[in-house]
Design a protein around this ligand. Structure first.
Ligand code: UD1
Ligand code: UDP
Length: 359
């Protein structure tokens, strides 16, 4: 069995790392095809270094562009490599443009597609990620659903049960494999002069939030309210997309909000694990806070991670300042005793075993 692992952005590198480690461990033949969707050091190379991943055999260097530009360039580049390499299986992870391009290019060449983190649904087609994940699921042969709920979503769309396996989410593997290293190696708390549970951590980068001036302003206004109410630092490792939009829209970053460069995985995990609470629009961060027993306020109107709402680790606040403060106050009043619904940290090995069974 020869696997082509296609990835291109920060969350894919992190969530695919347990699968890559498992390929190494079990001597499975594989190679990494990087689309180059993310290319800045802090969104890309830093994770290969932190997670000690082998370099990609190919990097398409597609860079940034419109959805069609990114996806189109990727399709052409991926097709060419897959024709030459002739893998038995292409693996993609998540819901980015890279995932759509990887799955589609492979399916058209009649190469089997495995979708890691299949079946998530926000039921909001205005999100580019929702389109990507629906389409990727429907051309996939192996659907690795992280939870029973994700499997149910797939069944509801008519995908046949024999293609679906509930494996847990590889983010649990990534957190378990790296938390101890983060505790030992990361020094973000010291560098930023922070004390445990005496700061908030923020990430926000989603297109629907940061490309809309009113929503981005609503989020920043919400952070001002939170700062004035709790008077502890708000640390915001800022995605380049958001930084660009704040400048373009001429928005002011409120006092109390400390913008820093995006962090490597160890440093970010350390900040997450020790935060009083996290505010985010990230998918991965909603999951990680749930796994780490840190309360989360999601700066969105919906989520494809409803398990976090069900177990009580997360609440939706949208981009409205009053709702954001309300969400923070509510989550801080709750006990942090929920159970992680995303699996036991062995998803990577389960996925490889399932694929090997198909040889
Ligand atoms: C993409 C994914 C999103 C995911 C996020 C992870 C899609 C549709 N979106 O969003 O689901 O949550 O990655 O972080 O695939 N930029 C840089 N350096 C980089 C990459 C991007 O400066 O290495 C800037 C560019 O200005 C670019 C903008 O960020 O135009 C957006 O990049 P893009 O890859 O299109 O989308 P993300 O917002 O990163
Ligand atoms: N992350 C990181 N450094 C940061 C911000 C996030 O390492 O400064 C990690 C985080 O731990 C999580 C992943 O990036 O595993 C989430 O990626 P992102 O929010 O970019 O994408 P999404 O999950 O929303 O698709």
């Amino acid at each position: 069995m020869k696997i082509s692992t296609i990835l291109g952005t920060r969350p894919e590198i992190i969530k695919m790392s347990p699968v890559i480690r498992e390929c190494e461990k079990q001597n499975v033949e594989y190679f990494i095809l990087h689309t180059g969707q993310h290319y800045s050091y802090t969104l890309d190379k830093i994770f290969f270094n932190d997670l000690e991943l082998p370099a990609a055999r190919y990097n398409l260097d597609v860079g940034s562009g419109t959805h069609a530009e990114e996806t189109g360039k990727m399709l052409m580049g991926i097709e060419k490599i897959l024709r030459e390499e002739k893998p038995d299986i292409v693996l993609v992870e998540g819901d980015t443009n890279t995932v759509l391009a990887g799955a589609l290019a492979a399916a058209k060449l009649h190469i089997k597609v495995g979708h890691v983190e299949a079946g998530l649904r926000s039921h909001d087609r205005t999100m580019p990620e929702e389109i990507n994940r629906v389409l990727a699921d429907h051309v996939s042969d192996f659907l690795f659903a992280p939870t029973a709920k994700a499997k149910e979503n797939l069944l509801n769309e008519g995908i046949s049960e024999n293609k679906i396996s509930v494996t847990g989410n590889t983010i649990v593997d990534a957190v378990y494999q790296n938390l101890e290293i983060a505790r030992r190696k990361a020094d973000a708390l010291t560098k930023l002069n922070l004390s445990t549970k005496e700061y908030f951590l923020v990430t926000a980068h989603r297109q629907e939030n940061v490309d809309a001036k009113d929503r981005l302003k609503g989020i920043l206004d919400g952070l001002i309210l939170v700062y004035h109410t709790f008077n502890i630092p708000i640390i915001y490792p800022i995605h380049p997309r958001t930084k660009k939009r704040i400048n373009e829209f001429g928005l002011e970053v409120p006092k109390g909000v400390e913008l820093i460069e995006p962090l490597g995985f160890f440093e970010f995990l350390q900040l997450e694990a020790n935060a009083k609470l996290v505010l985010t629009d990230s998918g991965g961060v909603q999951e990680e806070t749930c796994i780490l027993n840190v309360p989360c306020v999601t700066l969105r109107d919906n989520t494809e991670r409803p398990e976090t709402l069900e177990v009580g680790s997360n609440v939706l606040a949208g981009a409205n300042q009053d709702k954001i403060l309300e969400g923070v106050t509510l989550m801080l009043s709750k006990k942090r005793n929920w159970k992680n619904p995303f699996g036991d940290g062995k998803s990577g090995s389960r996925i490889i075993k399932i694929l090997e069974g198909e040889r």
